[in-house]
Design a binder for this molecule. Structure first.
Ligand code: ZN
Length: 134
């Protein structure tokens, strides 16, 4: 795996949190994007070399809605950049990790993504992401 691509934070209200993170980081978000497959609205911030993704549910069935119901707002996942997501999924499965989607799916920000179940990673939801071919 390469660098941390971004950190995902689950929030209840994207507008409120956009203002909060703009104050915190000193920069406005540079992009908002709805990810239909995940039932979320996302908002992205860059701060120095770092990227933060805010995620808010668009429906009660969204994984983010369920997450907030159980655990409240907060750090939701850590995303690592990978060069070859298919090879990385294969490697992690061989190492005994449970990969939630074995076929990479389209995530926000033009990425192919896959998630590792937190129960097999010390409670951390790990996202793999690879720049999607243009
Ligand atoms: Zn993410």
């Amino acid at each position: 795996m390469n660098k941390i691509e971004h950190i995902g934070i689950a929030v209840k209200d994207l507008e409120v949190s956009n203002e909060l993170f703009e104050k915190l980081l000193g920069v406005p978000n540079y992009k908002m994007e709805e990810v239909l497959s995940e039932g979320v609205n996302t908002s992205f911030f860059k701060s120095g070399p770092n990227k933060i993704e805010l995620l808010a549910a668009t429906s009660a069935a969204s994984p983010i809605a369920k997450y907030i119901e159980k655990r409240g707002e907060g750090v939701h996942h850590i995303a690592f950049a990978v060069d070859d997501i298919v090879a990385e999924i294969k490697r992690l499965k061989k190492e005994g990790f449970q990969v939630l989607n074995e076929t990479p799916k389209k995530g926000a920000d033009n990425k192919l993504v896959a998630f590792v179940h937190p129960k097999t990673a010390n409670g951390v939801l790990v996202e793999l992401c690879q720049e999607a071919p243009a």
